[in-house]
Every structure is written in structure tokens, then in C-alpha cells.
Design a protein around this ligand. Sequence first.
Ligand SMILES: NC(=O)c1ccc[n+]([C@@H]2O[C@H](COP(=O)([O-])OP(=O)(O)OC[C@H]3O[C@@H](n4cnc5c(N)ncnc54)[C@H](O)[C@@H]3O)[C@@H](O)[C@H]2O)c1
Length: 318
Amino acid sequence: MADPAPPIAVVGAGLVGAGWAIVFARAGYAVRIHDDSARVRDGVMTLIAGNVRDLKSFALIDEEVESVLARISTQSSLETAVSNVGYVQESAFESIDVKTKLYAALDKCVPASAPIGSSSSGIPASAFTQHSATRHRMLIAHPVNPPYLVPLVELVPAPWTDPAAMDKVFELMRTVGQEPIRIRREVEGFVLNRLQGALLNEAWALFDEGYASAEDIDKTVAVGLGLRWSFMGPFETIDLNAPAGVADYAKRLGPLYHSVAASRTAPKAWGVELTSKVEAERREHLSVDDLDKRRAWRDRRLMALAAHKKKAAMDFGS
Ligand SMILES: NC(=O)c1ccc[n+]([C@@H]2O[C@H](COP(=O)([O-])OP(=O)(O)OC[C@H]3O[C@@H](n4cnc5c(N)ncnc54)[C@H](O)[C@@H]3O)[C@@H](O)[C@H]2O)c1
């Protein structure tokens, strides 16, 4: 009988770390969660159990809920959490200082064969692994929240990351059902948040200049652009939106998009006054007290979409 796969450690058990634990456990891995906050460690299993139950109710896991949960343990000691693991997924605060200190600690205790992926949303690995002795096996493995419902993972090497570590994490991500992509070199925000940022910056600017309400800008995506984006990206979208494909589209509409881009040469920060106007409009629709309820609603809609995509993949192979 083959040896069981080594366990996986998740370090930092907030929103994202808890989500990663589900990704690895539902794929059959033993998962050890470490967080330096006892409050977080005490609460994380309740959060995870609720999410795994929801997955079961949408038929997104075949196993019993309890079997998935039985593979996950919490550990108060970082050293115990990472001993004998095959991979570490770091999901601590988005702070160079916090991550630098944590990587110095990981340096001393992670097994030599285990790569370490960081969930960092935009800080490149070179900003916090430069002085690590083990920096050749550290990389970014940036998920989308919640990772057990949105499969994309951006893998981004630091200049010193060993390509073999990239390959190993790429394979692991595929094995656990995620969709990894390789970013060829470091760039602030990576690809996902640069794309998201382009849309957000334009949304704030259009609102600021009074062209439309926040609600109508949101609608443009929710019942417009976003419908196609749940199954195809911007290049494929425009490839299908001109009779002869992407080059035809570029000929027809390239000048318009270039002119729009040229009109935004001085991006503005999301200032306090502007933020308070968007905040006021959002709070008319949803009170702060109801944010959690709406997050749970969003996750259930995502589960329904994931179930639909799973069925479509079985029916049509895509
Ligand atoms: N929230 C998102 O939408 C999202 C999406 C993708 C990636 N990320 C990235 O994932 C990482 C975690 O984000 P989050 O939203 O889960 O944050 P969070 O604040 O919910 O959780 C961070 C957790 O890390 C723990 N922590 C901090 N320092 C630690 C240390 N030295 N050792 C052990 N635990 C430590 C904290 O106690 C906390 O529980 C960040 O780098 C973030 O940018 C977040």
C-alpha cells in the first residue's frame, strides 16, 4: 500500500486560512491549522464546520461532513503544525513586517522538502523572503476568497524561487481541485488584483464624477459584464464579440478603448470624502449589521454557481 500523503499546514486561520483548510481536507489531506491567536484557533472549527455543511447541502462534496472535518486539527505551536508536512500555506496578515517575522520562524522548522506558498494578495514574495535561508522554495499562491468555492490560484515566483517548487505547488493545486496559473515574474497586485483594480478604479472615478450611482455601476457588472465573466475571460469575450474574432474587434473598438485609457492619466486616490459618499449609498441598501448575512447569501449563490459549473463540466466537458 502506498504511503499516505504528508499532511499540509495552514498558518494563519482567518477568512482565507480557514478556506484553505477546507480545500486540502476535502481532497483527502490531513490539515494542521496554526494561528497565533487563541481566540481564532478556538473559533475556526465552528466556521469550517458550517462551510463544509453548506458544501454538502449543495452536493459539492461526496463524503460525509464529519469525515472531512476529522482530517483537520488546530495546533497552538507553529513547530508542531509544520513538522513532517509536505506543504505550508501561509495566510497571515497582509503586512510585510508580519510576514517577514513569520518567514524567519518558518525558516527554522519547515521540513526541507516542503514548499511554502503565501496567500499574499499583492505583496510580492521578494518583499518578505529576501533574507530567508529557504527562500528558494517560497512563492506566492494567491487564492480568491473563499478558495473552496473559487478555484483560481495565482502562483508567482520571487526572483530566487526554484522552478521545481513552482512545479510542485502547481501539481498540488491541481490535485486538490484548484485551477493554478503561473505568473512569469513579480508584479505588484499580480494579475488578478491588477485586473480587479482597473475595474475598481474606473468605478470610483465614474461615481466621483457623477456619471452614475454606485448601485447602477454595480448593476453594470452584476447583470451585465459579470454574467459572461463567470465562464470566460476578457480576451475570449472580445474574440466572440466581432464577426472575425479578436483582431476584428481590436480594429473596430481599439481606438475607443485607447481614448478611454488616455483620459485617465492621473488616477486619484480613494479619498475620505469620496469613500464616505459610497459608504453612505451602500449603507442605504445594507446595514453594517447585515453584512455577515449578505456574505452568507453570497457564498450560497457561489455554491449554486459552483454546482451548476460542476454539472455543466460533466454534461459538456467544459
Ligand atoms: N480576504 C480576502 O479576500 C483575501 C483573498 C485572497 C488573499 N488574501 C490574503 O490572505 C492573507 C490572509 O488574509 P485574511 O483575509 O484571511 O486575513 P484575516 O485577518 O482574516 O486572517 C489573518 C490571520 O492570521 C493570523 N496571524 C497573523 N500573524 C500570524 C502569525 N505570525 N502566526 C500565525 N498566525 C498569524 C491572525 O491571527 C489572523 O487570524 C493575507 O495575505 C491576505 O491579503 C485575502
